[in-house]
Design a protein around this ligand. Structure first.
Ligand SMILES: NC(=O)c1ccc[n+]([C@@H]2O[C@H](COP(=O)([O-])OP(=O)(O)OC[C@H]3O[C@@H](n4cnc5c(N)ncnc54)[C@H](O)[C@@H]3O)[C@@H](O)[C@H]2O)c1
Length: 259
């Protein structure tokens, strides 16, 4: 792939969930640009193939397999396929998410099962199945895409925020348990980032796009929403050997919104 950066992930083998869209796609393209081979696991086949095309047309290496991260068998098959394609896994990025909002009274048990099934158990499944390969890596790292919603309250966001809080705690506990294996585990906590998920939220709220984005950005010091690439660079740092003494932490990328 045409190189612009320092090739910070040269020859690294990356398994990433949620790479078909938004922040996950930005992580895939940046990591490939930095020399990584990327295996994309996402439930969205069209989006996953498009991310693959974006990378391979610039001479990068990417593969896609349709995967439902909430299904342990689907995750097992994708991890095995990734190992078959790449000959190992050095870096695991958990980006896939279900966006389930509402108050306690507005949400059903199925809503809670879905949001925890993807946002929390999805990460548990990928970590469990990737562990044998990560243990064989010389510089293994896990990067979870959590959220500022992991540690702040927002109105009528209970299922999503509770799941992202659990993902932050999962990150810390994994960092402790996997330290003896040399596996670093960290998370990125984005604030408001403009992605297809934002577009769906604007449509759901029947909001005016410009007004929505201005209001979403106003709460930050930098007075704007973020770009997927700005989250991808944080994930790149945590995944790279530049972060070799960093584990169990969260890197907030929110323009100062939660300071
Ligand atoms: N956009 C934001 O403002 C924002 C803020 C904070 C955190 N985040 C987090 O960043 C991550 C990416 O969000 P985004 O805004 O790019 O969203 P997005 O909707 O653009 O991308 C999410 C991806 O997850 C995939 N996915 C959903 N369910 C899946 C499943 N069961 N199995 C496999 N893949 C599945 C989707 O197909 C999609 O490709 C998420 O973890 C999200 O919680 C986003």
């Amino acid at each position: 792939m045409k190189k612009h950066g320092k090739e910070r992930l040269i020859e690294k083998k990356v398994f990433i969930t949620g790479g078909a869209s938004g922040i996950g796609r930005a992580i895939c393209t940046l990591f490939a640009q930095e020399g990584a081979q990327v295996f994309i696991a996402d439930i969205d086949t069209n989006g996953g193939l498009e991310t693959t095309r974006l990378i391979t047309k610039r001479d990068g290496v990417a593969n896609f397999q349709k995967t439902d991260v909430s299904n342990p068998q689907s995750v097992l098959e994708s991890i095995q396929a990734a190992n078959d394609k790449m000959g190992g896994i050095d870096i695991l990025v958990n980006d896939a998410a279900a966006f389930v909002f509402g108050t306690v009274e507005q949400t059903s048990p199925e809503d809670w099962e879905r949001v925890f099934g993807v946002n929390v158990l999805g990460t548990v499944h990928t970590v469990k199945e990737a562990l044998p390969y990560l243990r064989d890596s010389l510089s293994p790292a896990i990067v979870n895409i959590a959220s500022v919603s992991s540690f702040i309250a927002q109105p009528a966001f209970i299922p999503y925020n509770t799941s992202k809080g659990a993902l932050l705690q999962l990150t810390r506990c994994l960092a402790m348990d996997l330290a003896d294996d040399g596996i670093r585990v960290n998370c990125v906590c984005p604030g408001s980032i403009y992605t297809p998920a934002t577009e769906r939220h604007i449509a759901f709220e029947k909001a005016n796009k410009e007004d929505f984005l201005r209001e979403a950005g106003e709460g930050s010091f930098l007075k704007r929403v973020g770009k997927p690439e700005e989250v991808a660079y944080a994930a790149l740092f945590l995944a790279s050997e530049e972060a070799s003494f960093i584990t169990g932490t969260q890197l907030v990328v929110d323009g100062g919104a939660t300071v």
